[in-house]
Write a protein that binds this ligand. Structure first.
Ligand SMILES: Cc1ncc(COP(=O)(O)O)c(C=O)c1O
Length: 310
């Protein structure tokens, strides 16, 4: 089992990543190279968070006041909040039981002359119906944004999610499939747009010490013995304050810490996607035996969804 709201690391792995900083002076370059190889694209850049990536994508497409963005009704609240931050109106479409993702038929019902984009979220590791959504976008001349914040490592037609739309969003926050304590990623389809965005993002590195403490703390608190005593209360406290610095976070253009990059390299080298997928398959086998329980079906499974359902 990979614990919820904790990075999938041990203290030993955290220390190993920390010590690698003494010998590897190019952690950012190495991490990004590994991501690009995995995604099979050069048009990738790292951002301070998944919400920041989403905000950059919407602003780059000049989406704002008077525009509408169709998104799934079943998703994390941060997604419509970022859309509202641009001035545009989030328009919820129904989710489908098959994979918990946006239903293309419901999307069709929501399209108006104000619709600028479909923002599909690959829910907890399950790719959405990208073919149907892309066809709708092409027919109506609107943009497709893929929020793969909680599905990095999932594939659709053997190609990583996030690489189909005009923009793909990734998150590397604690509890995500690649969990680096901090950070996000952005995949850009258009070459010119990519060059423009790349030149305007990310200033100096964040403090590695703070990330060390954050990850160390979450490893300790997700320990089963400690979780019952203090972990669950701390988690409630963190969740209740998670939007306190929300606006600053989406405009934050500071680079993530070198330690986050070092942890990212370690995770990309590991079998983390495969491990998550195996765990998901195991849970699915158990859950599908119950009436009225509908785990996302096997062909769509990628990795991390199970922990969110339970
Ligand atoms: C679907 C989805 N989109 C966006 C985000 C935002 O990512 P971050 O927390 O890195 O800003 C999250 C985070 O939980 C998410 O689950």
């Amino acid at each position: 089992m990979i614990p919820s709201h904790a990075p999938p690391h041990t203290i030993h792995e955290l220390l190993k990543a920390t010590s690698s900083l003494f010998t590897n002076k190019n952690v950012k370059e190495e991490f990004e190279q590994r991501i690009k190889e995995y995604l099979q694209t050069d048009r990738y850049l790292t951002t301070s968070s998944g919400r920041r990536s989403l905000y950059i994508a919407l602003k780059s497409l000049k989406i704002g006041k008077g525009d509408e963005v169709i998104l799934p009704a079943f998703t994390t609240d941060i997604v419509p909040m970022v859309v509202r931050e641009t001035g545009a109106m989030p328009i919820p479409a129904d989710a489908q039981l098959e994979d918990y993702n946006i239903d293309p038929n419901s999307v069709l019902d929501r399209i108006s002359d104000k619709t600028k984009a479909i923002l599909t979220v690959h829910t907890i590791g399950c790719p959405s119906d990208l073919k149907a959504l892309k066809d709708i976008c092409d027919d109506h001349n609107i943009f497709l944004i893929e929020d793969a914040a909680s599905a990095f490592g999932a594939k659709y037609n053997n190609k990583p999610v996030g690489t189909y739309g005009d923009f793909g969003i990734i998150s590397f926050g604690i509890g995500k499939s690649i969990s680096m304590g901090d950070g996000g990623g952005l995949i850009v389809l258009d070459d010119e747009l990519f060059k423009r965005i790349k030149d305007t993002t990310l200033k100096e590195y964040k403090n590695s010490g703070k990330v060390f403490l954050k990850i160390f703390g979450s490893i300790m608190l997700s320990n089963p013995q400690l979780y019952g005593i203090v972990g669950c209360r701390t988690k409630d406290m963190i969740v209740s304050h998670q939007y306190d610095n929300y606006t600053e976070e989406i405009i934050d253009d500071q680079d993530i810490s070198l330690l986050s990059y070092a942890i990212g390299i370690q995770e990309m080298k590991s079998e983390i996607f495969e491990r998550r997928r195996k765990i998901a398959l195991g849970y699915t086998e158990i859950l599908k035996k119950f009436d009225d329980v509908y785990p996302p079906m096997e062909k769509k499974i990628a990795m991390r969804f199970i922990r969110d359902i339970l």
